[in-house]
Design a protein around this ligand. Structure first.
Ligand code: NAD
Ligand code: WQD
Length: 336
């Protein structure tokens, strides 16, 4: 079995990707410091797939700990999810974000180089496009106009990986720019369960639906969009996970390079579209209030997904209803 090192593998996107890796015959070697996930996710991945991934509670900043993992396994490729991702928190504690995300990545890359592991898939984000001049966004659009430290870490890491490739053209790198991941595995065993007040729309919606919060705050209805609320490209997390398998196969089929792909559906939905779709799944209206805009938000952001379709054979399969159904199923199972 080919072993794939999955940093951040017990997290939201990482856990779903481990499921797809196992389904495709790979063995995930998870490295996670559990700062934003729980070890029992490993049991859940095993329950879904029948195979237990190998798990190490190791921080990617821990050079010795990470080196041991590389010593113990013949790693074919690394899928690098580990990182902190709360935009608002990153403004308050930027050094924590720069250290964890950037220093952690540099540490990982040094060790990969030492062990001659040259295939890496990096979790980038549509946030690297900043406030896009045009939608849908193509991979050739300018990057770097990020307004918060979190977004900057994604942009800087992309640049670091490009520089690494220039210095060592045997590296084989995929930069995957995710749009807005939502949904959960249909078993309801794994999904996104943020600590504290959710920053992102879908977990906030499911917490309103289950009664943890009274209503959704809709951040502004005066944007230049059809109904005035922000428009985003929501993608089911299982589709996103499959996108990583497609990227891994691509890396297996070429010798080296820096390959950049948007992972989105190409469809933009507004906040009110999301409320409507979720209410329909819920069978009752979801309470919401229009409030002021949230600082740093952009009006619209959706992908041109054609490059990933042409070059990776990747196309998102799940529609908005399925995204809402699976998010809701996961939220309900959390309380059981
Ligand atoms: P997540 O927080 O659920 O998963 C990240 C995992 O990394 C967690 O399990 C956490 O414990 C672990 N981790 C963090 N720092 C670590 C460290 N120093 N050492 C070891 N493990 C560490 O987040 P997610 O939503 O699954 O996101 C995965 C990746 O995708 C992140 O890099 C994130 O920035 C990126 N991304 C996420 C989104 C999104 O909206 N969820 C969008 C674009 C990009
Ligand atoms: C979506 C829409 C909000 C919450 C963020 C990061 C980005 C990426 C994905 C990692 C917007 C509106 C939200 C709420 C609302 N992460 N909203 N009420 O802002 O597109 O992207 O997560 O890389 O970097 O910035 O996602 O889910 O926070 O917001 O009205 O309580 O929902 O204004 O229009 P966003 P989101």
């Amino acid at each position: 079995m080919k072993k794939i090192l999955v940093t951040g593998g017990t997290g939201y996107i990482g856990s779903h990707t481990c499921v797809e890796l196992i389904k495709q015959g790979y063995l995930p070697i998870i490295v996670d410091n559990l700062s934003n996930s729980k070890e029992n996710v490993v049991d859940k991945i095993e329950k879904i797939t029948g195979t237990r991934p190998i798990f190490y509670k190791v921080d990617i900043l821990d050079e010795k700990g990470l080196t041991k993992v590389f010593e113990q396994h013949d790693i074919q490729a690394v899928i690098h999810f580990a990182g902190l991702k709360a935009v608002g928190e990153s403004v308050k504690v930027p050094l924590k974000y720069y250290n964890n995300n950037i220093t952690g990545t540099v540490n990982l890359l040094e060790i990969m180089k030492r062990f001659n592991v040259k295939n890496i898939i990096f979790s980038s984000s549509a946030t690297v496009y900043g406030d896009p001049k045009e939608v849908p966004i193509k991979e050739t659009a300018p990057t770097g106009g990020c307004t918060n430290p979190y977004g900057k870490t994604k942009y800087f890491i992309e640049e670091i990986l490009k520089d690494l490739y220039v210095s060592d053209p045997t590296f084989n790198i995929a930069l995957l720019r995710y749009f807005n991941p939502v949904g959960a595995h249909e078993s309801g065993l794994i999904g996104e369960n943020p600590n504290g007040i959710p920053n992102n729309l879908m977990p906030y919606i499911t917490q309103v639906a289950i009664g943890i919060r009274p209503y959704l705050n809709v951040f502004g209805n005066d944007y230049d969009t059809p109904d005035g609320t922000g428009v985003r490209d929501y993608i089911h997390v299982v589709d996103l996970a499959v996108g990583h398998i497609c990227a891994l196969k691509k890396l297996e089929s070429v010798t080296s390079g820096v390959h950049i792909y948007n992972l989105g559906t190409g469809i933009g939905y507004s906040v009110l579209d999301m409320v409507k779709a979720f209410s329909s799944v819920l069978g009752r209206p979801l309470p919401y209030k229009i409030v002021d805009r949230r600082a740093g938000d952009i009006a619209k952001c959706w992908a041109d997904p054609t490059k990933a379709e042409k070059e990776l054979g990747f196309k998102a399969r799940f529609d908005l209803r399925k995204m809402c159904e699976d998010s809701w199923n996961f939220q309900q199972k959390l309380d059981e």
